[in-house]
Design a protein around this ligand. Structure first.
Ligand code: GAL
Length: 982
């Protein structure tokens, strides 16, 4: 949200050679292999090389901590790989693993070893990004909140911070190290720090790298520079603290999801800056979605960064800068479950408008990634190109509305031409004749560009056993299958296309489908002319080359193809919703595929293949004139979800009662704090100083009344979207909004004021009055500017006084049970806050709620200020061998003044309410959701004003139901009682 520079790393294409078929094409082929010596990862001006082979890196950012169901990790990895990616980029979130200084957990949903193994098995390279600082809209930007209590500026070489981050790196680095290429894994780059551009400290930057090396990291170290380096201190490309292979972040579309229709590149050209001559251009983070800071909803973010943006910006970046390494942020966003979110920019969903939705569904953006990613992986010469300008470019359009950028591979002579509007903002459709001189001759090609579109054309290219002189269609992919080449080319529906192939003698041409004219000229050119419509098929044989099946499609029909590797040769598949992997064994093609509905499936495989099995179904097939197998794959069975009934309810704020027993609570009497924001008077009341870092915090304050009290004045800091509620002697005084990051300024240490009138006669002289204050902690500020004023901004009460009284207030504080000593390490430090129900295990399966009041539904039940809990149980038995992506939907309008924490089987899967965000649907991920058994849903509802209408209807629904999916085991987690909660 600040950025404006960019970067792309790149991708490679050596994938047709046996050593690389694995990583690009599927988990069946095993992990990528490194070189025998060193890290196996090298680079030069043009690209990264793995085992000496050039590679265009096409990575999707994905965060394991945003999908707390390890059984679903393979699903995401399969989808990423099948979408044309050959790598993932992943942050490691320190806060997620460490509840307390010196305490680390890498098990269960935190098992990053398993995550990296899953990536290896999926055949995906990994860019590992362990920070220590990660940003990523996570609470504290990945810093554990206990770090707020550590002396020394964060992101500097101050002693306290140094000791802390070294301990984190000492834990995380060895795990990453053992998954490096050199040790049989797939980690190929290590990202030190994150957009470390303000308040920088080179000694710290260097030490992060030195630690990595000492801990066994041997791959090149990179970092992601941000935001037009000129205004910042360092790009870390040279000088003290420099990294080997710096990259650049770029978010050219901004985060204005509300204006997706009109926004077009407000934050720059989006062409990744070259930082040094000896390294490839690396787009360390390139925008592939957006955070929804304005509460528009992620559909707007998906539109903002949709296929038009992807075509224009991604292809421009590839062609203008020659970037060969790209990491798209995000590939799959996931969920800010628990208290994972940084409060200022995001709410529960981190869908991000990404290509793969939070509910794990594929989108139009996925289709565009697939078209581009398959191209990058199929056309090897893209990994080494130079810009060609002036007369040497030898390419021109006869319409000035259309601009051309030319590149060439200096070794193979292959030519690339980017065709787009000269004025990138144009929205018209323009046509031209392109005159292009390639090694094979000079050709005239019809080209057409829609508004905000771009095409990368290829000429002078050895396409398998063919020679492609030039084409005005784009290449999606091609493969050598069973002694012939199969190529998928495509263009905008309705636009003209021409493809010229070279033959030494007149080939035999058969147009199997579509309207394709062709002519062979004696100098060896076979020219095909056509319009991009549906899927045309042309079989070319003879002519001195092996046969070619040319499939000429549109954007839409091209996107129906899947490519998967088998031990023998790749297989192309058309028609299913997803192909995870394929295998050919004794004449039978086996597809691990998902199907959303019954429908046609067509397989282009070795001619020896005669039978087809898709998932668990034998699919009868016939052989088509194209030589493919054609059949009809079955769809899923219906999946029924139960109605949620049999709710039970209970009041959830007994702390408001004057007689409530708080004897076990901590006394809040500390005199000093590490926060740069010091209390103006009285003791330090900040929650973090007492070890209560996440979720709600209760305060109870006692003072001797005189009867002259007129008002209570309080001040809290909650982070954006937070509030606090105040009671005096059990009487509700009211509510106010808590202070937010924007106010983080030592000059304004009291940014969340509230003044609450004391009703006349409420307090009697000499009586001990009790204040009860429920403060929401919405999460911790990030530390993007490396400024402790921002990161160490307190949470909780920061000032308290009673007007009309000079009596001291004796405070007690209670947050999440156990504070930094977790009673439930499985669900971890971010799962629960300090509400009574959370401390008592009301969110857990098995809690004995029989004494609670039975109600048919929470819907329509009036709510009083305070906290109310609801619980219900339901059973599921979803069809086996299917993936039913399930969610919880709150019907009606999103209520203002009311916030609901949703617990599924004890896991905090979201927060709902108008003060929080626009979200009405919450993903219930399989694994946390028991798809074949009993489930418990618990809702804690905090209301700040009397709400007669209550909540709307609450129901289960499915985002999608496909035949296929991956097997997902329930995530083991304790039921009630946790130790110490009975
Ligand atoms: C970048 C940052 C990422 C993420 C992104 C916005 O500046 O490196 O971690 O915060 O912006 O989503």
């Amino acid at each position: 949200m600040k950025l404006k520079a960019l970067a792309v790393l790149a991708a490679s294409l050596v994938l047709l050679s046996p050593a690389f078929a694995g990583p690009a094409e599927g988990r069946t082929a095993g992990p990528p292999k490194g070189s025998a010596t060193g890290s196996g990862v090298t680079y030069d001006h043009h690209s990264l090389m793995i085992g000496g082979r050039r590679l265009v890196v096409q990575a999707a950012e994905v965060h394991y901590f945003r999908l707390p169901s390890p059984g679903l990790w393979p699903d995401i990895m399969d989808k990423i790989r099948a979408g044309g990616f050959n790598a993932i980029s992943v942050y490691f979130d320190w806060a997620y693993h460490s509840p307390k200084p010196g305490v680390y957990d890498f098990t269960g949903v935190r098992d990053v070893d398993r995550f990296l193994r899953t990536a290896e098995r999926a055949g995906l390279y990994v860019i590992a990004r362990p920070g220590p600082y990660i940003n990523a809209e996570t609470t504290g930007g990945g810093f554990p909140a206990w770090l707020k209590n550590v002396p020394g500026r964060a992101r500097s070489s101050d002693a306290g911070f140094t000791e802390a981050y070294r301990d984190w790196l000492r834990h995380i680095n060895p795990i990453i190290a053992r998954h490096q290429l050199s040790r049989g894994g797939s980690v190929v780059l290590y990202n030190a720090e994150n957009e470390y551009a303000a308040n920088t400290d080179a000694a710290y930057m260097q030490d992060v790298q030195d630690r990595a090396r000492a801990d066994g990291i041997d791959v090149p170290i990179t970092t992601n520079d941000c935001c037009d380096a000129a205004s910042w201190t360092s790009t870390w490309a040279e000088g003290p603290g420099a990294v080997q292979l710096p990259g650049v972040d770029d978010y050219p579309q901004s985060f204005d999801c509300a204006n997706a229709d009109t926004v077009w590149g407000p934050w720059g050209e989006g062409t990744t800056e070259r930082l040094r001559d000896d390294i490839p251009v690396f787009a360390a983070e390139y925008q592939a979605g957006a955070i929804d800071g304005n509460n528009t909803g992620y559909d707007g973010c998906r539109d903002l960064t949709g296929p038009a943006y992807m075509k224009y910006f991604y292809k421009s970046n590839l062609m203008v800068t020659g970037a060969t390494a790209f990491n798209y942020y995000m590939g799959f966003g996931g969920t800010n479950w628990g208290w994972l979110a940084q409060p200022n920019d995001v709410y529960t969903s981190y869908d991000y408008g990404a290509a793969i939705t939070e509910a794990r569904q594929l989108t139009r953006k996925y289709d565009e990634f697939k078209r581009q990613g398959y191209f990058l992986q199929a056309v090897a010469p893209l990994a080494k190109t130079d810009l060609v300008t002036g007369p040497a470019a030898a390419v021109a359009a006869d319409n000035p509305a259309i601009g051309v950028v030319a590149r060439a591979n200096p070794d193979t002579g292959t030519r690339f031409a980017l065709i787009r509007h000269a004025d990138g903002t144009a929205t018209t459709t323009d046509s031209a004749t392109l005159t292009w001189t390639v090694p094979d001759g000079t050709y005239s090609l019809p080209v057409q560009v829609k508004g905000r579109d771009a095409h990368v054309l290829v000429g002078g290219y050895d396409l398998g056993g063919q020679r492609l002189a030039a084409s005005s269609s784009e290449i999606m992919t091609h493969a050598s299958i069973g002694g012939r080449d199969v190529a998928v080319l495509y263009g905008t529906a309705g636009s003209p296309g021409a493809t010229i192939l070279r033959y030494s003698t007149r080939p035999d041409v058969r147009v199997l489908a579509g309207d394709v004219r062709y002519a062979y000229s004696p100098d060896g050119d076979l020219r095909l002319d056509y319009r991009h419509e549906g899927l045309a098929r042309v079989l070319v044989s003879g002519g001195g080359r092996r046969p070619l099946l040319l499939l000429l499609g549109t954007d839409e029909t091209a996107a129906t193809f899947w490519r998967a590797g088998t031990a023998a040769a790749p297989i192309l598949v058309r028609g299913t919703s997803l192909v995870r992997s394929a295998d050919l064994d004794r004449g039978t093609v086996r597809l691990d595929a998902d199907t959303a509905a019954p429908g046609e499936v067509e397989v282009f495989a070795d001619p020896g293949a005669a039978r087809l099995r898709a998932g668990d179904a034998d699919v009868p097939v016939t052989r088509t004139p194209s030589g493919s197998l054609l059949g009809r794959a079955p769809g899923p069975r219906e999946a029924r979800l139960p109605t949620l009934t049999g709710w039970r309810t209970h009041d959830g704020a007994p702390e408001t009662a004057p007689g409530f027993d708080d004897s076990s609570w901590r006394t809040a009497d500390r005199a000093t704090t590490e926060s740069p924001m010091k209390p103006a008077s009285g003791p330090v009341l900040y929650a973090d100083d007492y070890g209560f870092h996440y979720g709600d915090v209760w305060y109870r304050g006692r003072f001797t009344a005189t009867g002259a009290e007129t008002a209570v004045t309080l001040n809290t800091i909650t982070g954006r979207r937070g509030q606090y509620l105040v009671w005096l002697d059990g009487h509700y005084l009211g509510t106010a909004a808590g202070g937010v990051q924007a106010d983080s300024d030592t000059a304004n240490p009291a940014p969340g004021p509230g003044r609450f009138t004391v009703p006349a006669g409420l307090l009697k002289p000499g009586h001990t009055a009790t204040l009860a204050v429920l403060v929401q902690n919405m999460g911790h500020n990030d530390d993007w500017t490396a400024d402790d004023n921002r990161f160490k901004q307190p949470r909780g009460l920061v000032a308290a006084a009673v007007e009309g009284s000079t009596a001291p207030i004796a405070w007690k504080i209670q947050g999440a049970r156990g504070g930094e000593d977790l009673p439930d390490p499985v669900r971890g430090p971010l799962n629960t806050g300090g509400q009574y129900g959370e401390r008592s295990g009301w969110h857990l399966p098995g809690y004995p709620d029989r004494s609670w009041t039975g109600v048919p539904s929470p819907a329509g039940r009036p709510l009083a200020p305070g906290v109310t809990w609801y619980r219900t149980d339901f059973r599921l038995d979803l069809p086996k061998g299917q993936d039913v992506s399930t969610g919880l939907r709150f019907g009606g309008d999103v209520p203002a003044g009311c916030r609901v924490v949703v617990y599924l089987n004890g896991w905090n899967v979201g927060q709902y309410g108008g003060d929080i965000g626009p979200q009405k649907e919450f993903v219930l991920p399989a694994g946390l959701l028991h798809e074949h058994g009993a489930n418990t849903l618990a809702l804690s509802v905090t209301v700040k004003d009397r709400t007669p209408a209550g909540l709307g209807p609450i129901s289960l629904f499915s985002y999608a139901n496909v035949r296929g999916g991956v097997p997902v085991a329930d995530v083991p987690a304790p039921a009630y009682p946790l130790p110490g909660t009975r």
